[in-house]
Write a protein that binds this ligand. Sequence first.
Ligand code: CU
Length: 324
Amino acid sequence: MKRLLRLLAIAAVLSPSAGWAASPELKPFVRGSWQRVLVAHQQRPTIVHFWGPTCGPCKVELPLIGRFMQDHPGVDVVTISADLVPDQERAARSMLDKSGLAAAENWIFSDGFAERLRFEIDPNWQGEIPRSILVGRDGSRTTIEGSTDTAQLEQWSDRQAAAPSPLRATPVSDHEIKAGDLVIRQPWSRATPAGAKVAGGYLEIENTGSAPDRLVAGSSDVAAKVEVHEMTMKDGVMTMRPAGGLVIEPGSTLKLAPGGYHLMLVDLKKPLKAGDEVAVTLEFEKAGKVNLSFAVQGLGAQGPASGQPGGQMHQQEGHSGTKM
Ligand SMILES: [Cu+2]
């Protein structure tokens, strides 16, 4: 009899219906997670829904989001619990499950300093929930503060379904992105000193096709503008100037690196810190728009590898003391 009781106790612990079972999965949302979410869903229409178990309107809205997900398999649904009350994992799991969102990609804020997470997502967000960000295939974002209107979601997803499918950029590895005939490798940037208004962006672009392509524009949420610059030595002085659309000849690799061609993030909205990932969209004449995540290396890094010596000043170049 004693033995039977013990077996029953073990069965209860192993059973997935045990009350504390960790289902559905809830990923810890930490610094950098936001960029990862954007990169993972790039060029797919994605609804990112911020909610919390203690938020009244969320209780009404969550099942509507669950139903929307069921009805729209072409739209990715990401939920992020950003409750103002910490430690709501268990309640969050239970509500997601009941709302038909167990199969969605579910996250929960996991940083004692929630302001920092919110700032990465939207510097203007004070923490009000519910809140939804509709990210289009082209990377365009529509923010809905407060409860979503299902009709608005329908209209948006219809427009997304009708939009021509952009060339899908396929991540080949962590540091290699394929877009049409282009292969982009190791986008990286460098931490910026306090007060710096610009940051450099570096990468390699290989053209595996038979026709030239051209880098025509760039944009990023962290900077007012993204420009293509060329750095040259003139009369012993390092100068940089905007370069027109950079041509990537077929069969060749264009390198944007410190000391030569580079991207310049102008009018930074916040300093870049080592370990950050910065989302930058580049636009090519043929390959179209490509969303990239630039890995931020330490101050003074000269290359993309994380093993590079950081914090060492090898040369002083450009932009009134800011090394590019
Ligand atoms: Cu520059």
